[in-house]
Design a protein around this ligand. Structure first.
Ligand SMILES: Nc1ncnc2c1ncn2[C@@H]1O[C@H](COP(=O)(O)OP(=O)(O)OP(=O)(O)O)[C@@H](O)[C@H]1O
Length: 605
C-alpha cells in the first residue's frame, strides 16, 4: 500500500512506523476501549444477499419449470431446460443453507458486540447513575435482551428478502398473465393490513413483557442474596410469592403476544389460500379460453402462492419488533453517563492536599451533600462521621471522583479532579469499601489487580498491613487459592479489599466504612500498619466508631447532607449531639485514643 494512500493512517508502535487502514484502526481502538470488536457489516449484507438470491431462484423456478413442462408435453427436445430446473432447485437449497449459516454468524457477532457495548457503558458509567438498574435487571438486559437485539440485522435482512419473493412473483405473474396478476394484487392490501396491525399491537406487548421478565430476575437475585435473612426469618413462602408475583402479568402478556401472532397467522392463513384459489380459478378460465398453456397455469398457481407468501413475514416482523425494544433496553446501559477525563497531571510529589469548594450534590431534586471550604491537609487523616444517610458515602465518592458534584469542585494538590487524566486520577486515588468486589482469579491476583503493576512482595506487604496474611496462608493454596473457592468470612473478605487499596495507595486513600467488619483490636493493628507500611498520603475515612474518629487528625461531621463542623474528635466530643452519634449520652469519651500511637483496650502487642 503506498504511503499516504486514501483511507490509510500511519502510527508508531514503539520505534516502528505502522501503516494501517482507518477501519482497522477504529476497530483496534474500540477493542482497546473494551467495547469489543465492531461487528462487520458483511454478515448482515451476506444474509441479505443469500436470501435475495434464494428468493430470485424461487421466483425463477415456476417460469422455468412451466416452460420445461410445456416442452416435455409437446414431445420435442427440451434442451437445457430440465437441467436448468434442477440447477435452480439445488441452488435454492444451497442458498437457504448459506442464509442459515450467515444468519447464525451475524446474530452471534451483533449479540456479542451489543452485549460488550452495554457492558462497557455500565463499567464506564458513573456508579451512582447505574443504581436504578438492579443486578437482575442488568443480567436480563445483557443476556436475553442483547440476544434479541443481536438478531435484528439478520431478521431485517431476511424480512427485506422475504418481500422480494412476493414482489418478484407479482412481476413474473404479470409477465405470464395480467388478469391473474390483477386478481392477486387486489388481495394483497388485506394481507398488508394484517401485518401492520400485528407490528403495531405486538410492539407494546413486547416492551411490557421484557420489563416484567427483568422484574422477576431482579427479585430472584435479591432473594438469593438475602437467602440467609429469609431462612432466619422463616419468610420463604412470602418471598416465593413476592418473586413470582409478576408471573401472572408475564403469562398474560405472553398469552397476548401468542394471540396476536396466532391472529396474524390465522388471518393470513385464511387470506392466502383464498387468494391462491381465486388466482387458480382465473388461471383456469384463461386456460379454457386458450390464453394460457398448462405450463403457464402451473407457473401462475405457484406465483400466486409466492406472492401471497407476504403473510409469512409476520414471524420476521415479530423478531424485528422484539429486537428493537430489546435494543432500547441495552442502549440504556450503553448510554449511562460516563465520567469525562481531563488531560492535567498532578504536581509531582504533592502531599495530597484535598479541598472541597462549593460542592453540592443533588439526587432526585434533593440536596444530599453541601460542602464548601472543607480542607484536609496533605498527609493527614480525616474521619467522616454522621448519622446514617447524612451523606458520608456521597462525600467519599465526590472526594475520590467516583461521582462529580452538581455544583462546585474538588481540588487535589490544587488541581481540579475533573481536569485530571484518567491514569493520574486512578493511580493517585485508591478506594476501599465496606463490601469490596474482588472478582475471580487467585488471592494474590485479586489484590494485585488495579491501575498499576504491583510486584508480589508489595502484594504480601499490603496483605500483611491489612491483617490478612495469617488467614491467607491458612488457605488450601495460600496466595494462589482461587478466590471463588476460598472459604472467607465477611471480615476476611473486607481485609482483602483493604489490602488491594493499600497495594495501590496513591496520595489519597478513601476508606468508606472499609473496616466495619473488623473487631476493634484488629482495626487498631490495621491502622498502625497503614501508617507504617503503606505509602504515606492523605486518608479520608468514613467511620461509625469513635475509636476511628479519635485517631484521625480531624473529623468532618455531617448532618443531613451538610457539614456541621470540622474539628478534632476531642473538641467535638464536648458537644452532646456529637456524642449522641456514637450512642454515648455521657461525657466520657469511649475512645480516648487521640494520639496516633495510642492503643485501644484489648489490642495485642
Ligand atoms: N443515586 C442516588 N439516588 C438517590 N438518592 C441517593 C443517591 N445516592 C445517595 N442518595 C441519598 O443521599 C443520602 C446520603 O447517602 P449516603 O449513602 O452518603 O449516606 P451515608 O451517610 O453514607 O449513610 P450510611 O451510614 O447509612 O451508609 C441518602 O439519603 C441517600 O438515599
Amino acid at each position: 500500500m503506498p504511503a499516504g494512500a486514501p483511507g490509510t493512517v500511519e502510527r508508531t508502535e514503539g520505534s516502528r512506523l505502522v501503516r494501517t487502514t482507518k477501519t482497522r484502526l477504529r476497530r483496534a481502538r474500540a477493542a482497546q476501549d473494551g467495547a469489543g470488536p465492531e461487528p462487520g457489516r458483511t454478515p448482515a449484507a451476506l444474509v441479505l444477499l443469500c436470501s435475495v438470491a434464494a428468493a430470485a431462484t424461487a421466483v425463477a423456478q415456476p417460469l422455468v419449470l412451466g416452460h420445461t413442462l410445456d416442452l416435455l408435453l409437446r414431445g420435442g427436445d427440451p434442451g437445457p431446460w430440465p437441467a436448468l430446473s434442477a440447477a435452480l432447485l439445488v441452488g435454492e437449497v444451497l442458498l437457504d443453507s448459506l442464509t442459515a449459516l450467515f444468519t447464525g454468524r451475524c446474530n452471534a457477532g451483533w449479540t456479542a458486540s451489543i452485549r460488550s457495548r452495554a457492558f462497557t457503558g455500565l463499567l464506564h458509567g458513573v456508579p451512582d447513575r447505574a443504581r436504578p438498574y438492579s443486578p437482575g435487571d442488568v443480567g436480563t438486559r445483557l443476556t436475553l435482551n442483547a440476544a434479541d437485539a443481536g438478531g435484528v440485522p439478520a431478521a431485517r435482512a431476511a424480512l427485506a428478502a422475504s418481500l422480494v419473493t412476493p414482489a418478484g412473483a407479482l412481476v413474473a405473474l404479470a409477465f405470464v398473465d395480467l388478469w391473474v396478476a390483477a386478481c392477486v394484487l387486489a388481495g394483497l392490501p388485506a394481507l398488508a393490513l394484517v401485518l401492520r396491525a400485528f407490528a403495531r399491537d405486538t410492539g407494546a406487548s413486547v416492551a411490557a413483557y421484557q420489563r416484567v421478565q427483568s422484574q422477576i430476575a431482579s427479585r430472584l437475585l435479591e432473594a438469593m442474596e438475602g437467602a440467609a435473612t429469609i431462612a432466619a426469618a422463616g419468610t420463604g413462602a412470602r418471598e416465593r410469592r413476592r418473586v413470582l408475583a409478576p408471573l401472572a402479568e408475564l403469562g398474560a402478556l405472553g398469552g397476548r403476544m401468542w394471540v396476536l401472532h396466532g391472529r396474524a397467522l390465522a388471518r393470513s392463513g385464511v387470506l392466502v389460500p383464498l387468494l391462491v384459489l381465486a388466482a387458480t380459478a382465473v388461471g383456469g378460465v384463461r386456460l379454457a379460453s386458450g390464453a394460457l398453456s398448462v405450463g403457464d397455469l402451473l407457473a401462475v398457481c405457484r406465483y400466486a402462492q409466492l406472492a401471497a407468501g407476504v403473510g409469512g413475514a409476520a414471524t420476521l416482523l415479530g423478531a424485528v419488533v422484539r429486537g428493537r425494544r430489546a435494543r432500547e433496553r441495552t442502549l440504556a446501559l450503553e448510554r449511562l453517563p460516563a465520567l469525562a477525563y481531563g488531560t492535567c497531571d498532578l504536581p509531582p510529589d504533592g502531599p495530597g492536599d484535598l479541598e472541597l469548594c462549593g460542592v453540592r450534590v443533588l439526587r432526585d431534586g434533593r440536596e444530599v451533600l453541601r460542602a464548601d471550604g472543607v480542607r484536609v491537609p496533605g498527609g493527614s487523616t480525616a474521619a467522616v462521621v454522621g448519622r446514617s444517610g447524612a451523606g458520608k458515602s456521597v462525600l467519599a465518592a465526590v472526594a475520590g471522583r467516583l461521582i462529580d458534584p452538581d455544583e462546585g469542585h474538588v481540588l487535589l494538590d490544587g488541581v481540579r479532579l475533573d481536569r485530571l487524566g484518567r491514569e493520574a486520577l486512578r493511580t493517585e486515588i485508591a478506594f476501599a469499601f465496606e463490601r469490596p468486589v474482588l472478582g475471580g482469579g487467585t488471592v494474590a491476583e485479586a489484590v494485585a489487580a488495579g491501575p498499576r503493576h504491583v510486584p508480589p512482595e508489595h502484594v504480601r506487604r499490603a496483605v500483611r498491613a491489612a491483617g490478612a496474611d495469617a488467614f491467607v496462608r491458612r488457605l488450601p493454596r495460600g496466595y494462589d487459592t482461587p478466590l471463588p473457592s476460598a472459604p472467607l468470612s465477611g471480615g476476611e473478605y473486607q481485609r482483602l479489599g483493604l489490602a488491594r487499596a493499600f497495594a495501590h495507595a496513591g496520595r489519597l486513600l478513601v476508606m468508606d466504612d472499609a473496616t466495619s467488619s473488623l473487631d476493634t483490636a484488629t482495626e487498631y493493628e490495621v491502622d498502625r500498619a497503614l501508617r507504617r507500611s503503606v505509602r504515606p498520603g492523605t486518608r479520608l475515612v468514613v467511620a461509625h466508631r469513635p475509636s476511628v474518629a479519635a485517631r484521625a487528625d480531624r473529623v468532618i461531621w455531617l448532618e443531613d447532607g451538610r457539614v456541621r463542623a470540622v474539628a478534632p474528635h476531642h473538641e467535638l466530643w464536648r458537644e452532646p449531639d456529637y456524642r449522641a452519634l456514637f450512642g454515648s449520652g455521657g461525657d466520657e469519651d469511649p475512645a480516648p485514643h487521640r494520639d496516633r500511637g495510642a492503643r485501644p483496650e484489648g489490642a495485642r502487642s
